[in-house]
Design a protein around this ligand. Sequence first.
Ligand SMILES: [Zn+2]
Length: 422
Amino acid sequence: MVLSKEIQDFIHENALERFLRYIQIDTTSSEETGTHPSTPEQLELGKLLKEELIDLGLENVTHDEFGYVYADLPASQGYEKTPSIGFLAHLDTSPAASGKNVSYQIHKNYDGSVITFPKDDKLSLSIEDSPELQDMIGLDIITAAGDTLLGADDKSGIAEIMAAVAAWTKYPELKHGPILVCFTPDEEIGEGTLKIDMDRLKQLKCGYTLDGGEIGELESECFDAWKAEFEFMGLSVHPGYAKNKMINAIDVTSRFFSQIPEYETPEHTENREGFYHLYDLSGGAEKAKAMMIIRDFEEKGNISRMDYLKSLKNVFENRYKGLQINIEFTHSYENMIKFLDSFPEVLKKAEEAIIAAGLQVKRTAIRGGTDGARLSAKGLPTPNIFAGGMLFHSRKEYIPTKALQKASEVILLIAKNWINEI
Ligand SMILES: [Zn+2]
């Protein structure tokens, strides 16, 4: 089934209008506050979405104290026995770039030239920065103004789901089973499912996050992710009288981390390669602390990285008598492929929907994680679908308006594919 021109135009306009509104609410999450949600602004967008979902006639619409929004769209008449499916997107934007006072520009009928930004004349966006722009010549491209990120990650996902809901309620010929809509806070700080109400999700056969990049993307793999926290305990002595006594913790720390292979760092790896990423280091002669993330698609790759760190610890403790190194490893999330493998129909229906929307399926592995990875580990298979935004977390972030429409079409078509189950 191809969606009619009228429906395509409706969701294009509807998703675009919503997207441009949602990005103007600052929802930057924060690793610093320790609250849930991490920033109160996320509640503002959640509240607006709750009202809009009620206006669209959805049932059991809730916006809880942690910032999660849930809403049920009952099945079309006669399709009540269709498996329930969920569509999810996250409310927050990355703290990596400002999300305050976002203003946007629409580059109509993009001609392939260099895009400039009114609020930063040193910033530019070209096909060199993002080769995918080459395929977007002729489309309308949205960027921010140069001083903020755009917020397509993941307000495009929210707008696409909302536009699909609007289409379901406006066009009864779009048949669907029971649908759950869920918007989550704090995905960007790794807490998107921390306070999620699994009770609300338990009737679902599967979920789909709308949080991927390029048009056509379908992701069933993500990193296997670990965090390592280091503590180096040395011994501080007056520097004038320190010979054979002092163990300078911060000095030893820098030597320790110089043993990490440089070719296994984020700036030197791509595709399926894993890495070590040291991202915080502080301390002095007495004590030093460091934070690292470790990533790979195969758990055994990460285990061998952790073994290497443990043997480095032994080498250093032997070399500097009295030095004590503590390393604490935490498993942040697992590669979701091992959970999705048992539910091939979940991916198949998404793949067929992408093709039915006239697109080419791009199966990629996420060099990161998603809410879906954690949900899949909790027993709810949840692959990730493109939301259309590119150059996430940066002031060069952009999205073609066509992506908003196409992702929304894919949502409608996935729901349609599931009704064939009964
Ligand atoms: Zn995202």
